[in-house]
Design a protein around this ligand. Structure first.
Ligand code: ADP
Ligand code: MG
Length: 251
């Protein structure tokens, strides 16, 4: 998998005529982990949403490559197929879709893609899926009755994060984009989420931590830190930069 990457060249993004991202240049290689340490309102959620696909934003330049393909020619579904997974800052609640059916569908679709299987349908039935997913529920301390609830509806911040981690376990994404997962969690919940995420880290995936906050860096092993200043990705040093910012602030 070593020559897979996301390459962002001169990315510009507007929202209703307002420039939000200007000339962003970044590379993410699949076997490394990254931290984008950007201050508040600098466009962290904009960048995450644009990579995963959001109709809200106007993309002004199109040179983003993923695994040798043009990212912007890919539908959200195709991006998922290229192994992008976005963990939202604000996880959406979706009525009328049962958690179990959602999980079963993404699991089956990804399995089909992975096996490149067009002739044999492997789809796990609701009954078999419930049996299969049980071990993950236990690992993540999720009660089985959650499966019958609507997707994230009324879940706490902590429960929503656990459901996202469950999704990652089921489909094994290669690019895991975490948009401020530190928000909405108390310290204990945060520690558990960070530890679970660390356990997902391997040489075959790329964790992209997007945050303005530092604590998660104590848990996830980061190879490269990108700091944004005056719209430009100014510095891309290693972890020593983090201690410098902790001391002196972003300016
Ligand atoms: P971050 O996640 O880093 O806090 P965002 O990506 O959410 O930043 O927002 C970046 C900038 O874009 C902010 O100045 C914000 O006010 C602006 N912005 C976000 N959404 C909209 C919108 N719907 N209309 C106008 N401006 C927006
Ligand atoms: Mg944000």
């Amino acid at each position: 998998m070593n020559n897979f990457w996301i390459k962002i060249k001169n990315l510009r993004v507007n929202i209703s005529e307002k420039e939000i991202l200007k000339w962003i240049n970044l590379n993410f290689e699949i076997w490394k982990n990254y931290c984008l340490l950007w201050k508040n309102w600098s466009g962290k959620s904009t960048l995450s949403s644009v990579l995963a696909w959001s109709p809200k934003y106007e993309v002004k330049s199109w040179e983003v490559e993923i695994n040798w393909k043009n990212l912007f020619s890919l539908s959200p579904e195709d991006r998922s197929r290229e192994w992008i997974f976005l963990s939202f800052q604000n996880v959406p609640e979706i009525h009328w879709i049962k958690l179990s059916e959602y999980l079963r569908t993404i699991y089956n679709v990804h399995l089909e893609w992975r096996l490149d299987n067009t002739w044999l349908k492997w789809w796990l039935s609701p009954f078999l899926f419930k049996r299969f997913v049980k071990k993950y529920l236990e690992e993540l301390w999720i009660k089985e009755e959650f499966l019958d609830r609507d997707l994230n509806v009324g879940f706490s911040g902590w429960e929503k994060r656990k459901i996202e981690i469950l999704q990652m376990k089921l489909i094994g994404p290669k690019y895991i984009i975490l948009d401020e997962i530190d928000s909405w969690l108390d310290l204990d919940a945060f520690k558990t989420v960070a530890t679970l995420l660390k356990s997902l880290d391997n040489k075959d995936n790329c964790i992209i931590v997007i945050t303005h906050y530092f604590t998660i860096l104590d848990y996830i092993n980061i190879d490269k830190v990108y700091v944004l200043k005056d719209w430009v990705v100014e510095r891309e040093w290693g972890k020593e930069l983090v201690s410098e910012i902790k001391e002196k602030g972003f300016e």
